[in-house]
Design a protein around this ligand. Structure first.
Ligand SMILES: Cc1ncc(COP(=O)(O)O)c(C=O)c1O
Length: 378
């Protein structure tokens, strides 16, 4: 089936007891058993829930995985994947990742005797020389917020040469534009909070896998650690994925328009968006993804300039998060990436004048007008 058809139908059979076309919210903590060991495959709702399972099947189909497991947040999904790594092993992480991911590696995983090396994964050949041995390579592409592009197929080959796994946080692109498992990655993670749900009304996460062994472990951890996605959140994300293809086309259309507009503005020093032909990762991105998405970062030169713009925008809402139908604008240095030290941010280029925008599905003319009038105050 085509992608839009899978969005609407994959994993979703009409409810067998009523024929309801929409998977019901199974808001129950347990299931009545007919006798000892006699049940319908459902024993306790941390372990199995039909609404969550329908979403997991839907997301596995969209990412072209064999299976998927949903968790209480994107970070909980990341944490579950990291439980594949054992004490004494090393992980390599692309140097520019979401601040919460950086915090999990540096402040939590470090307590379990797992060493994390943060390296620039946008140059696969350089990474091959500097990476050393590792058990897991964790990347985002494009990265949050600097939109650096990493070559998924080259990095999968690099990891596999070492007997290691490649995990890709595909939150920025969604499977509509990019499907890392088809390019050789072993695991894909999403914050479903973002484009997959798309309506800024749920927090959740998913890990999608190719192989049976990883599926078994992620299911085991889902039950053993218990950071499950609730039935209502599962239902919300299922409702969200039905329109994923439609929304992503609109996000892309608006993203293009906003990126081009920002680049023409004298007060904007630099715009980070992989759709520009002179973006260093443009060719790689074109090869591995079918669109450039709606995440854009731009540098206004100073904290004061960023503060003035963010105080003036009206239609663009100042807030953490991304991927909702409404345009969200944020200041990475003090918001999403405050967990990096000032020196780490400086070294990466997450400067105080950097603003990140998640372009929504409004009328592009209105977004450009809002940004244009806010820029007058800068
Ligand atoms: C790229 C990326 N990955 C993971 C996360 C974490 O997701 P959550 O907030 O659902 O835990 C975020 C959150 O902003 C993100 O931007």
């Amino acid at each position: 089936m085509g992608f839009a058809t899978d969005c609407i139908h994959a994993g979703q059979e009409p409810d067998p007891s009523t024929g309801a076309i929409i998977t019901p919210i199974f808001q129950t903590s347990t299931y009545v058993q007919e006798g000892i060991g006699q049940h319908k495959g459902y024993e306790y709702a941390r372990t199995q829930n039909p609404t969550r399972r329908a979403l997991e099947k839907n997301l596995a189909a969209l990412e072209k995985g064999s299976d998927a497991y949903c968790y209480a947040s994107g970070m909980a999904a990341t944490h579950a994947v990291l439980s594949l790594v054992k004490a004494g092993q090393r992980v390599v992480v692309s140097d520019n990742v979401y601040g919460g991911t950086h915090r999990l590696f540096t402040k939590v995983l470090s307590r379990y005797a797992v060493e994390s090396a943060f390296l620039d994964a946008s140059d696969a050949a350089a990474l091959e020389r500097s990476a050393g041995e590792f058990a897991l390579l964790w990347i985002e592409t494009p990265t949050n917020p600097l939109m650096k592009v990493c070559d998924i197929a080259a990095l999968a080959a690099l990891a596999h040469r070492r007997g290691a796994l490649l995990a890709v946080d595909n939150t920025f692109m969604s499977p509509f534009f990019q499907r890392p498992l088809e390019l050789g990655a072993d695991i894909v993670v999403h914050s479903t909070t973002k484009f997959l749900n798309g309506h800024s009304d749920s927090v959740g996460g998913v890990a999608v896998v190719r192989c049976e062994e990883h599926a078994r472990w992620l299911q085991f951890v889902q039950n053993a650690a218990g950071a499950i996605l609730s039935p209502f959140d599962s239902w919300l994300v299922l409702r969200g994925t039905k329109t994923l293809a439609l929304r992503m086309e609109r996000h892309e259309h608006n993203g293009r328009r906003v990126a081009a507009f920002l680049r023409e503005q004298g007060k904007v020093r630099r715009v980070y968006w992989p759709g520009f032909p002179d973006h260093p990762g443009h060719d790689v991105h074109r090869r591995q993804a079918s669109g450039f998405g709606a995440m854009i970062a731009f540098d206004l030169g100073s904290l004061e300039a960023a503060r003035r713009l963010l105080a003036k925008v009206r239609l663009c809402s100042l807030g953490e998060s991304l991927g909702g139908i409404e345009t969200l604008i944020s200041h990475p240095a003090t918001m999403t990436h405050a967990g990096y030290s000032a020196a780490e941010r400086e070294a990466l280029g997450i400067v105080d004048g950097l603003v990140r925008i998640s372009v929504g599905c409004e009328d592009a003319d209105d977004l450009v007008a809002d940004l244009g009038s806010a820029l007058e105050a800068v």
